[in-house]
Every structure is written in C-alpha cells, then in structure tokens.
Design a protein around this ligand. Sequence first.
Ligand SMILES: Cc1cc2nc3c(=O)[nH]c(=O)nc-3n(C[C@H](O)[C@H](O)[C@H](O)COP(=O)(O)OP(=O)(O)OC[C@H]3O[C@@H](n4cnc5c(N)ncnc54)[C@H](O)[C@@H]3O)c2cc1C
Ligand SMILES: NC(=O)c1ccc[n+]([C@@H]2O[C@H](COP(=O)([O-])OP(=O)(O)OC[C@H]3O[C@@H](n4cnc5c(N)ncnc54)[C@H](O)[C@@H]3O)[C@@H](O)[C@H]2O)c1
Length: 475
Amino acid sequence: MALEFLTPLTALSHDVDVLVLGAGGAGYPGAFFLAQAGRSVLIVDPIGNLGGDCLAEGCVPSKAVREAALVRGLADKFDGFGLRGGKPAVDWGAVLAHKDRVQNTRYAQHAREIAAGGVAFVQGRGVIIAPDRARIDAGDGSGSREVRFRQLILGTGSAPARLPILGADLALTSHDLFRLGADLPLPQHLVIIGGGYIGVETASMLQALGAQCSILEYASQVLPGFDAELASFLHASLSQRVRIERSAQVLSIAREGDGYHVRYKQDGGERSMQGDAVLMATGRVAVLPEGVEHLGLAMERGHVKVDDTLRTSNPQVWAPGDVNGRSMLFHSAVRQSLVAAHCIAAGGQAVDRMPFHAVPMTVFTEPELAHAGQTAAQAEAALGADTVAVMRYDYAEDSRAQIYAETQGFIKLVFNRQDARLLGAQIAGMDAAQLIAPLALALEQGLGAKALADTVFPHPMLSEGINKAARAFKF
Ligand SMILES: Cc1cc2nc3c(=O)[nH]c(=O)nc-3n(C[C@H](O)[C@H](O)[C@H](O)COP(=O)(O)OP(=O)(O)OC[C@H]3O[C@@H](n4cnc5c(N)ncnc54)[C@H](O)[C@@H]3O)c2cc1C
Ligand SMILES: NC(=O)c1ccc[n+]([C@@H]2O[C@H](COP(=O)([O-])OP(=O)(O)OC[C@H]3O[C@@H](n4cnc5c(N)ncnc54)[C@H](O)[C@@H]3O)[C@@H](O)[C@H]2O)c1
C-alpha cells in the first residue's frame, strides 16, 4: 500500500499545538476534531495507522473470527428451520484470511481518513524528554526529531497483564491469539486463565470452531462485577460446551511433554489441568511512554488518574482510553478522546464531560450479554429498595426470539420508581449488543420509562421488548 498519508520526520514542525501519542480510539477522534478546529496536530503511533490494539489484535479481528463461529453454529438450527445440510467444516486458514481482509479494508479506509484529516501522522514512538517536549523516534529507524507541544493527548492504551506466578511467560496472551493456526499450532485443548471478557469470548468462539477450551476463573462467577443473573445466564449456557472452574486461583504453569500443566487452588485443595496451550486473560495494564516521569502525572492503581474531562493532574496532559483504566472499551475511548478534544479546543474549560455512567458493555459470547448503568443491586444500595423498580421482558414472549428459537434471553430495565428515570439495563441473549444502544442513549440523556414506552419500536424485532418492559412500569 502506498504510504503517502505518513509524514516524514523531516517535514515535521518543531512546535505543535497538540501532540497525540497513540492512534487508537483514544487518539485519533480527538486529533481530527482539533485539526478541524484549527490546531496544529501531530499523531504518533508505531503501528503507522489508526485503530490501535482494537483493530490490530482486539475487537475487530476477534469479532471477525467470532462471526465464523456464529455462522457455523447456525447449522445446529437447520432442522428447526426446515433446512437440510451438515455442519460446515472449519478451514482455519480461510477463517484467518477473512479476518486479515477485514483488517486490511479498515486500514485502507483509515489511510484515507488520515490523508484527509488535516493532521501530521508519524509512524514511530513518542518519548517524553521534558514537561513540554517529546522526541519522536521514527518506526523505520530513520532518525528522531524533537517536538515542543502545548497540549498532550496521552492515548497509549494498555497491554495484557501477566500474573506474577511461576511459568507465567509460558502462557500466550490476547496479543498472540491469532498466531494460533498461523505460526503457532492450533491447540486441541486451550486452558484459559481468567473468565473475564477475553476468557469467555475466546472460549465461546474457539469451542464453536472445534477447539476444546477450559476456563480457570479466580472469582466465584465468570465476568466478576457483572450483574449476577447475567453472569449465571452465560455460565449455564457456556458450561455445556466449555469446562469452567470458578473460585480457582492459578498458582503456576509448567511445561510437560508437548503441553502444559496448570496448577490451581480450589476449595482449599490443589488441583491441576493439562492443555496444549495456555492463554492468560487476567486483565490489562496501562502502557506509558518512556520518560513519562517528566509529566508528573498522578497515578491510580497503575493507571493515569483523570477527571471526567480526561484531564490529568498535569493541566497540559489529557489521558483518554485504556491508559486511565476507567472503562477499557473502544467506544468509550472514542467518546473520551472527543471529550478531551472539546475541552482542549475550549482553552481547557470543562465544556464536555465523559458520561462514564452510560457506557454500554457488551460481551460477544454465544449467548451474548450487554449492560449499561446500574444493576438493580447497585441502584438499591444507592437509593433504597423501595425506590427501585425492575421491569423485565423474557425472550420467550418475543416473536423474533421464537422464530429464531432463542427464547432463553431477557431484558431487565432498572428504573427510579419516583421519577421513572432509567438507571440501568441488563440484556442476556440474542442481539444483546445491538439492543443496549437505545438504552445507553436513554441513560446518557436522562430519559425514562415514558420515553421508552412512547417510542414506536419495530416489529417483529427484539427491541420491542424494551418498549414492552417500559410500558409495564406503573407511573
Ligand atoms: C482481544 C480483545 C478484544 C477486545 N474486544 C473489544 C470489543 O469487542 N469491543 C470493545 O469496545 N473493546 C474491545 N477491546 C478493548 C479495546 O481494544 C480497547 O479498549 C481499545 O483498543 C482502547 O483504545 P486506546 O486507544 O485507549 O488504546 P489502544 O487501542 O491500545 O491504542 C494505543 C495506541 O498507542 C500506541 N502507543 C503506545 N505507546 C506509544 C508511544 N510511546 N508513542 C506513540 N504511540 C504509542 C500503540 O501502538 C497503540 O496503537 C478488546 C481488547 C482485546 C485485547
Ligand atoms: N467485548 C468487549 O468489549 C471486550 C472484549 C475483550 C476485552 N475487552 C476489554 O479488555 C479488558 C481485558 O480483558 P481481560 O479478559 O483480560 O480482563 P478482565 O478484567 O475482563 O478479566 C480478567 C479475569 O481474570 C481473573 N483473574 C485474575 N487473577 C486470576 C487468577 N490468579 N486465576 C484465575 N483468574 C484470575 C479475574 O477475576 C477476571 O475475571 C477487559 O476489561 C475489557 O475492558 C472488552
């Protein structure tokens, strides 16, 4: 691909209004906004394109492969639909080729966006050398350049964490996931440490494509912190296909023959599990540029501390996205990037704030989960049980769910009984990740049961369930 969208170091100005380190969701939306607002903007990223980890090794590749798993899973319903045909065989190389095509299409699209975005974009790495200066090291080793900045957007994201256990470096992380079946053998049995987002999504996807997977989760439920009913809904379904050990604290990993031996503690005893690959999916740590100490940033549990405008303790520095650890999701990073940019464009005034309370969370397992805002338990703890009303819609009543034979799911809407405002929503089952969007809108805009009940939702689609649950609210 021609790389005219990249700026050579020699063409860089020594002075910019805004330096953006990292071109993921946390970096580029705000950078483009500020360029359009007339600021001189330099974006630096070693990947040399937009999208950060989400496009390189996270959201997009994992969902491209997951789609193959979903399509294959549909074959289990053929009989019910009156169709005949066997379950498609998996050509893993072709599945990965589909993933690559999707990534390349997006990179080509992003190259055009950079070219039209009014920013300078360098493939390289930023090193902080003074409170208002960075050295940009070109990714191709062709040299470095010092740049002075007035404002810095630190969107350097996160990287997989490794447990401090014996043999931790024997495990793969999400960084290596799509090397499986490419330059690493596809495992017969993958042992996954951690039943959070990556653990459950990977197990659900790889099992559906033919690999045996097991999960060892430290907490007493998968997806700790999630509404207990959502977590147990997923557990009940996924555990029919994937061995899941909860309250299992992993102690060590050792090589044994061609595979690995994972020791863990459970119910006061020591147990072990064998696999031919181990994936560690136990959270992510902030990535900070070399020399970050020149910025004097306050930190909180290893992440950069920010306020709701994404401003750090250094008023020149803004830290949207995974680097602040508050909401490690691509769509959240994008909105955070824009909040920071709006405030920078307004001379540092807090003209926008991140609606952290309304960020939708989606888990792309089979079945899918999604939620936003407070659970009933959180709302009751904050407001008292009498002030909280939970309205529920079961997929069993829904036409589309019946057509699709996906009648196990549910939608739960949590309202403030006094003013009918929506406080939170939890969805389990088909299309959950799409269905959460109007509820995130309602939460962000402070809407309630009346708006959701008065809005006409399309039939016969699952979103009608939102409307029906809201209509059940007693005003
Ligand atoms: C397997 C997996 C699946 C995921 N699936 C989803 C999903 O389905 N939906 C969702 O919303 N989220 C998902 N996520 C989370 C999502 O990828 C992150 O929340 C998102 O990428 C965060 O964006 P960011 O810009 O903060 O960080 P990143 O995307 O990590 O971008 C940071 C960028 O900074 C660059 N950088 C680092 N150091 C420097 C430096 N010194 N100078 C210049 N640049 C630097 C990096 O190269 C990188 O490109 C997934 C994550 C993983 C790992
Ligand atoms: N669909 C999505 O939006 C999506 C998908 C993938 C990743 N992500 C993002 O990436 C982040 C990282 O994902 P992740 O799954 O690595 O982190 P996570 O925080 O979601 O889950 C980590 C899990 O590891 C468990 N764990 C910790 N120590 C353990 C031990 N000693 N033994 C066994 N289990 C242990 C934790 O209890 C937790 O359940 C997520 O927090 C999420 O923000 C999002």
